[in-house]
Structure formats: C-alpha cells, structure tokens
Design a protein around this ligand. Structure first.
Ligand code: ARG
Length: 266
C-alpha cells in the first residue's frame, strides 16, 4: 500500500446522529480537529513516506473526511459505496467523480444494496472479511467475491458501537489479526478462530476497543492508531510493529478514527 485517499476536515462536524457516538450537542472543536488531521497526515507523509491524494471537501457533507467509506479499490476497479443513511448518500456522487477522474473503472452496485466501502471490507491479499448487520448488506459479498475472485468471509456485527468492520478488526501485514471478538456474533468469532491461528490473533481489551484501537492503518511494519491504547501498542510492538499513536478524539465524536480517515488506493 503506497497511496491513500484523504479529505481535509474543512467542513467536518456533527450535523446528524447516525451512530451511537454522534451527539448533536457534542460539538466538534474545529481548530483541534484540523490540528489532529494534520498530525495524522504528517505521520503518513513525513514519517512513513506515503503518497496522499486529497479529495476536495464540500460544505454540507461533514462525514466526507471518512474516505474509508468512499468505496473499495481493487486493482484499477473502484466499487463506489451506497450508504445506508440518506445523510451520507450525497457523498456518493462526489466520490464516484473522483474515482472516474483519476482513471479508475467504476463499478456501482444495484440500487437497494447498501455497501460502505473499505469501512466494511478489509483483509489480507487472498482473504477478505465483509462486515454486515449494521451498514453494509450481506448480499454484496457474493457479488464482490465473484468480481474480485477473492474469498470474502462475511462477519456479522452485533454491537451498534462497532457499526463498521474497521472499528473492531484490523488485518496486519504479517498475517496477524488485531480485533475485538465481542463485536461479532458467535459464528463470526468461531470462523475467525478457525481461520486465524491462535498465535496470529491479537485480541484488544474492551476499554481500548472503545477507543477504536482497531481502527488502525498497517503499512508494512508500521501501524498508525489512535492515542490512548497502550495495551494494543504493546501487542503490536511484541510482534515487531512500530506504532504511531495520533490523538484523534475530535473524530471519535463522529465515531471515526485513523483508519476511517483514509482509503487504500493500491
Ligand atoms: N460519522 C460517520 C458515520 O457514521 C463515521 C464513519 C466512520 N467510518 C468508518 N470507516 N468506520 O458514517
């Protein structure tokens, strides 16, 4: 992964409530949010030498900063999201235009099927996981599995605080899986235990899961994650990962953190 899509937080704020983290009366401190976003971007650009693409922010689309939900990119194909909540559906055309103008083959899903992009679909090179039950529909995964010729294991999300898969699961470059099991139903927990060897399962404690410690970006041996998760950092460091913690609490007011603020482009 060498290129990420991000969106400056010019119009970020809490203007509606579509997940349990969002409260209209818990206003975003704009200056702090801008500072935190720049700190995150600086870790990617200056420390990790990652190329960032910036999509133009638009007024009235406060969640556009969460580019993980733009869609999912596999090779030259971009599958554009179709958001469950009308509040975010206006983002779809803007993301689609960006993909088209940057040379991607754009694929859209048939109307009525909800899919929230890389927020709900992530994994390893040959094995992907698809979150459903909160935002994305289970029915999208057989279609995407066929399209990309990859196995996709559906995982049902049963806790509304962990409404996107990337809020509670993070595949690492060495084949390990960082996750919070209680966010999944029993079948999901069993399938993860069956597919990932016990030495490769990094289980985060609940109090750090609630700080979105799994909402992390793994690039090679580096992991960028929200600040305030020392146990998770320890688990990662034991496996040889270098951790980069960034304070992103202004974005937590919207139910998002490091991973949500980026989209892997290759
Ligand atoms: N407020 C946004 C929403 O509820 C946050 C999205 C976070 N994105 C993510 N990939 N988890 O849709």
């Amino acid at each position: 992964m060498s290129r990420l899509l991000v969106c400056p937080p010019d119009f970020f704020g809490i203007e509606y409530e579509i997940n349990p983290w969002m409260h209209l009366n818990n206003r975003v401190n704009h200056e702090r949010a801008v500072q935190q976003w720049h700190d995150l971007v600086s870790v990617f650009e200056k420390d990790l030498h990652i190329a960032l693409e910036r999509i133009v922010p638009l007024p009235g689309l406060p969640d556009l900063v969460f580019t993980a939900n733009a869609g999912v990119v596999v090779g030259q194909t971009a599958v554009v999201s179709h958001f469950r909540h009308p509040e975010r559906q206006q983002e779809e055309a803007h993301f689609e235009n960006w993909f088209r103008s940057h040379g991607y083959d754009v694929m859209t899903l048939k109307p009525g099927l909800f899919f929230e992009g890389a927020g709900d679909l992530l994994g390893f090179t040959d094995l992907l996981f698809g979150g459903h039950g909160q935002r994305s529909d289970l029915g999208v995964y057989p279609i995407l599995s066929k399209q990309f010729n990859r196995e996709i294991i559906p995982l049902e999300l049963i806790d509304s605080r962990f409404y996107h898969l990337d809020t509670c699961l993070c595949p690492l470059s060495g084949g390990e899986l960082l996750y919070f099991p209680a966010a999944f139903d029993r079948e999901g927990q069993e399938v993860l235990a069956a597919r990932i060897s016990v030495t490769h399962r990094l289980i985060v404690p609940e109090h750090e899961a609630l700080k979105f410690s799994c909402n992390a970006v793994c690039i090679g041996k580096h992991v960028v994650l929200p600040a305030g998760c020392p146990t998770t950092e320890g688990l990662l460091q034991e496996r040889g990962y270098e951790t980069h913690a960034v304070q992103l609490d202004e974005f937590m007011k919207s139910g998002g953190s490091a991973k949500c603020l980026t989209l892997a482009l290759d």
